[in-house]
Design a protein. Structure first.
Length: 222
């Protein structure tokens, strides 16, 4: 076995072991070897242990057009910082108006915006510049609220993902978390004709779950 074949083999085995560990320990979230979560989590664990810290968090990402965005607030301090529920309620009301999120999305995509009530609202709340570009606040809201909503509303349940990934790996050798080179129809046929498909039915994995699974992987969402 040459070097690169061995690396590929080891990566597959690591992913298999992670998935198995997540089945035995519910506190372990399964990740593939292509996911950076493990590296970040291990770093935070070491810092927390070495310095006696609690609730340590850190996110640092860079968007090519909008620059850096970060979050590092300890959960234990959120209640103290906000005081009560009114700041949350008042702030989120802005994004509950029809058309506001679509305007935010268009601004992020760099599209030309036509004057509207939604734009006025976003300008007043410092989410947009008069040029139609997102402010740093607008960019942060787009990233954080969009990701939060996706996780809460659309993301396939992680336990279902584990079961689907087992069949995918058995049929294709593709590790959990990696893009799948199949159309939706090809993927559905691959999974539903697999001998273990009955297991997915028993775990209440629907066709809609399978469609969302491949869609999420193929847009590289963690």
């Amino acid at each position: 076995m040459d070097k690169y074949s061995e690396i590929k083999h080891l990566r597959k085995e690591i992913t298999r072991l992670k998935n198995r560990l997540s089945e035995l320990d519910e506190e372990v979230e399964p990740t593939s070897v292509v996911c950076g979560h493990d590296v970040v989590l291990e770093h935070l664990r070491k810092l927390s242990k070495q310095h006696g810290l609690s609730g340590l968090s850190q996110l640092a990402c860079c968007d090519k057009n909008h620059g850096w965005y970060t979050t590092n607030v300890e959960p234990s301090k959120i209640g103290i910082l906000l005081g009560d529920s009114r700041p949350v309620t008042n702030f989120l009301k802005l994004f509950c108006h029809d058309g506001v999120w679509e305007t935010l999305e268009s601004a992020y995509q760099g599209e030309d915006l036509q004057q509207s009530d939604e734009i006025v609202k976003l300008l007043e709340e410092n989410q947009l510049l008069s040029s139609g570009k997102l402010t740093s606040n607008g960019f942060t809201c787009y990233v954080v609220l969009g990701h939060l909503t996706y996780n809460m509303v659309k993301k396939v349940d992680i336990l279902k993902q584990i079961e689907i990934s087992k069949i995918v790996y058995d049929a294709t050798g593709i590790n959990y978390g990696e893009p799948l080179p199949y159309s939706t129809e090809e993927f559905l046929n691959l999974v539903t004709t697999h001998p273990d498909y009955e297991t997915l039915i028993q775990r209440q994995v629907s066709t809609e779950d399978l469609i969302e699974y491949i869609r999420q992987l193929n847009v590289h969402v963690n």
